[in-house]
Design a protein around this ligand. Structure first.
Ligand SMILES: Nc1nc2c(c(=O)[nH]1)N[C@H]1C(S)=C(S)[C@@H](COP(=O)(O)O)O[C@H]1N2
Ligand SMILES: [Mo]
Length: 303
């Protein structure tokens, strides 16, 4: 995303307010969506349609396997995902190395349909399967010094050809992080599947983060380390281009990327003739649920 400029953005199209998609049971989330739909900001409230599975699993960002959108689907099968160990470190009572199986044992997998908004100004609607991150983190009993949590992706150049690439300027492993209150928010999910199936490697098998109100780059894939820390962690894209990618990465139509507008997005499938462009919503449409996390913060400064 550092390398490729998105195409020019026409600013004319009037688009829609989105609502949660009612697929199966979302409990509280569905209730929140229904409440929002009852008081639409605009007249028409079309329900988001699911992005076709072949796009969700065929158009990916996973730089460990290359920079083209088709590279992850082509090469991610070279990554071994079994067994999968996760190292837990830092400010918590229970640290050490754990089998992913043991971490997930007994946790109920839910389906959550979320919009995914990439910082490159395209978006999808994806039926993820997963467990609330809170249920994962609680097991390790983070202590009072844990103000942030960092997530590290697998670093294994022998199986990840993008990590061997001369063209990559990323300092592997890929690291992302959240404030603890963001991590504990009920919308924040550890994803283990999509479209009712185990997560394909190109989407971050065997488990990846999904924080639906943030740009996609905040949701690291193929996580092997969880680190609780007192200090805001250094994160991959922020290190690479601090003026373009902040620590927060909250979806915000009012704060443009230095090289392009964030006011609108192309909802995939999108083509040259039908871009399927729509307005980008504050916090990707999840403001009702998450805006209070940032009250009093200057979001133009903490982008
Ligand atoms: N480890 C890792 N995680 C990553 C990325 C990456 O390159 N490496 N790309 C991010 C970006 S920019 C986006 S938009 C989403 C894309 O997720 P998807 O391919 O499952 O749609 O993954 C994010 N997680
Ligand atoms: Mo992205």
């Amino acid at each position: 995303m550092l390398i490729k400029k998105p195409e020019k953005i026409p600013s004319t199209e009037i688009t829609s307010e989105s609502a949660y998609l009612n697929r199966r049971s979302f409990g509280k989330l569905l209730a929140a969506g229904a409440a929002m739909a009852a008081f639409p900001a605009r007249a028409a409230v079309p329900v988001d349609e699911l992005t076709p599975e072949e796009i969700v699993t065929g158009y990916n960002n996973f730089y460990e396997f290359g920079m083209d959108k088709s590279d992850p689907a082509e090469y991610a099968h070279e990554m071994t995902t079994e067994p999968w160990k996760v190292r837990v470190t830092g400010e918590a009572a229970k640290t050490g190395e754990f089998d992913l199986e043991d971490i997930l044992r007994g946790l109920e997998v839910e389906e959550r349909v979320y919009r995914l908004r990439c910082v490159e100004a395209w978006s999808m609607v994806v039926p993820w399967m997963g467990v609330p991150l809170k249920k994962v983190l609680d097991q390790f009993q983070p202590n009072g010094n844990a103000k942030y949590v960092a997530f590290e992706t697998l670093k294994r150049p022998s199986e990840m050809r993008g990590q061997r690439s001369f063209f990559s300027s990323i300092d592997w492993p890929y690291v992302e992080g959240l404030r603890m209150d963001e991590a504990y928010h009920p919308l924040t999910l550890m994803v283990t599947g999509v479209y009712g199936k185990p997560l394909p490697n190109q989407n971050g098998a065997p488990w990846r983060l999904m924080v639906p109100w943030k740009y996609g780059f905040k949701s690291g894939k193929s996580i092997v380390r969880i680190h609780f820390t007192r200090r805001q962690p250094k994160t991959t894209w922020n290190l690479l281009a601090p003026n373009e990618y902040g620590f927060y990465g909250n979806v915000n139509p009012n704060v443009d990327h230095p090289r392009w507008s964030q006011a609108t997005e192309r909802r995939l499938p999108s083509s040259l003739f039908n871009q399927n462009r729509r307005d980008t919503l504050m916090f990707n449409g999840y403001a009702e649920e998450v805006a209070s996390l940032y009250s009093g913060m200057d979001l133009a400064r903490y982008y």
